[in-house]
Design a protein around this ligand. Structure first.
Ligand SMILES: [Zn+2]
Length: 233
């Protein structure tokens, strides 16, 4: 079995999936912005996707995925995130350099091909940016303990779990600060004047973190009574 839709159709389904997740429905305007497409092109594609029974579309409101559309969208996202893991872990790409390749690789192969890639990689649960990877049924377990770093409190110890912005320039900035997924920090101080933070890593090295950076980092608190400090889930 080849892929279900054209590259363009799969990109629309992916965009609708993400917008529907955030807003309950994907409006024409939001789709146009996300895909840098004209309103006329979006309307044309939405009619096509409706004919294929991949979306339910209501004029002036927007689109929602059908079960079939959701399955294609999540399988495209699954491939995208698995390829990002492959590129970082097996080809030693940096985490800021994989998204564009994954945008192309997500459109090749069938479910069997993808499942083999998944098995080869050891069935990872998250991509290099901390985003969850859907399983072959399109389901995934999000980490509900993850929250934005700007909600941390003083003396809190935490683990960096993901980024809510995976733009290359932001990821390179995190590299410069030596902030990586899985790394532990402790909050030393917060400066209300400019919303910046001082954190200390587990080597005791302090870093200054701006409000902008903290607002785009996802973290998980480490319980203070934690028994085994080396246990990494
Ligand atoms: Zn990506």
């Amino acid at each position: 079995m080849k892929r279900s839709g054209s590259i363009s159709q799969e990109n629309y389904l992916k965009a609708i999936f993400k917008l529907q997740h955030e807003h309950g429905i994907a409006s024409n305007q939001a789709i146009a912005e996300k895909l840098a497409a004209t309103p006329a092109a979006v309307t044309g594609m939405l009619h096509k996707l409706t004919e294929l029974d991949w979306i339910d579309y209501t004029a002036y409101q927007g689109a929602k995925l059908t079960a079939k559309g959701r399955q294609i969208a999540t399988s495209t996202i699954r491939k995208h995130r698995l390829w990002e893991v492959f590129l970082v872990e097996k080809l030693q790409f940096k985490w800021d350099a994989v998204h564009q390749w994954a945008e192309e690789l997500e459109h090749i192969g069938d479910a069997n091909f993808t499942n083999r890639l998944d098995a080869f990689l050891g069935c990872p649960s998250t991509d290099p940016h901390g985003d969850p990877i859907p399983d072959s049924n399109g389901d995934w377990k999000g980490n509900e303990r993850v929250f934005s770093a700007d909600a941390l409190t003083r003396k809190q110890k935490f683990t960096v779990r993901g980024v809510s912005n995976s733009a290359s320039d932001f990821l390179r900035h995190l590299d410069a600060l030596k902030i990586q997924l899985g790394k532990h920090f402790e909050v030393m101080d917060f400066f209300p004047f400019d919303g910046s933070w001082e954190w200390k890593d587990d080597q005791g090295i302090p870093i200054r973190v701006s409000r902008e950076v903290a607002g785009q980092l996802l973290v998980e608190a480490i319980p203070t009574n934690r028994g085994n400090e080396n246990q990494e889930s």
